[in-house]
Write a protein that binds this ligand. Structure first.
Ligand SMILES: [Zn+2]
Length: 244
């Protein structure tokens, strides 16, 4: 657990995210979902030689106000591929489910199952599925439906899903990944959603928006020995080797 230079070097409340795995599958609803939360951790994992795959239910085609979805979809896919490539992720798939109308449907669960079987991940990272991030900060309906579909698909896969741990990237964390230099990479990665962010907040430069968000999700954590980290919640503990 880190170095022992401080007097109260407790392990903190959060456990270290498992390290002995090879393939991670990030399942999300929209372009920019990986970048808003987990990309600094992804940059670290890729740097350690792990394989990370991004799968996105939608292309975020409704996400740019004033832009026709037929134009916004391809643009957002392109920005997403660029954002992924900045953290070293080259495998990005888009499933084409309708942005802003994502439902925990049989079709979505089937696609999730198919992708888990095809990618064969050791670790699955999904979106936060709770209804509120914090009091007064409701989660998006797309995210809630999507996260529920992932859990349902995972449970239906048992026992074939059993060797894979399922995490969500949100509050009420149980595990954390320490990050350092990856913070800058994550800022660049989020800023790759340039057109999206320009329209979202025309008054704040894109790089500034990206930095503010990444600083927030990689802030030093009292519950992790004061270290900068990205936090995750263990949702399903695959029946894996108990010592890691
Ligand atoms: Zn989203």
């Amino acid at each position: 657990m880190g170095d022992a230079t401080t007097t109260e070097q407790s392990t903190g409340d959060l456990a270290d995210f498992p390290t002995r795995w090879h393939t991670g599958l990030a399942l999300v609803a929209h372009p920019d979902d990986p970048e808003y939360g987990m990309s600094a951790a992804v940059a670290r994992w890729v740097g350690e030689g792990k394989r990370i795959v991004y799968a996105l239910a939608s292309s975020g085609e409704k996400g740019i106000a004033g832009m026709d979805p037929d134009e916004a979809g391809p643009l957002r896919e392109q920005e997403q591929r660029e954002a992924a490539s900045i953290v070293g992720v080259d495998e990005v798939e888009f499933w084409g489910f309708p942005d802003s109308d994502i439902a925990n449907s049989e079709a979505l669960r089937a696609r999730i199952t198919e992708t888990i079987m095809a990618v064969d991940p050791d670790v699955i990272i999904s979106l936060f599925g709770g209804d509120h991030w914090a009091p007064g900060a409701p989660n998006q309906r797309d995210h809630i439906e999507f996260a529920a579909a992932v859990v349902d698909a995972y449970d239906a896969l048992l026992p074939r899903a059993h060797q894979r741990r399922l995490f969500e990237n949100g509050p009420n964390a149980s595990h954390a990944v320490e990050v350092g230099d990856e913070v800058e990479v994550a800022v660049r990665s989020l800023a790759a959603h340039r057109r999206y962010l320009e329209v979202l907040d025309p008054d704040t430069p894109v790089d500034e928006q990206a930095r503010a968000q990444i600083e927030k999700v990689t802030a030093p954590r009292e519950d992790f020995g004061g270290r900068r980290a990205v936090a995750f919640t263990l949702v399903r503990d695959g029946d894996t080797d108990p010592d890691h």
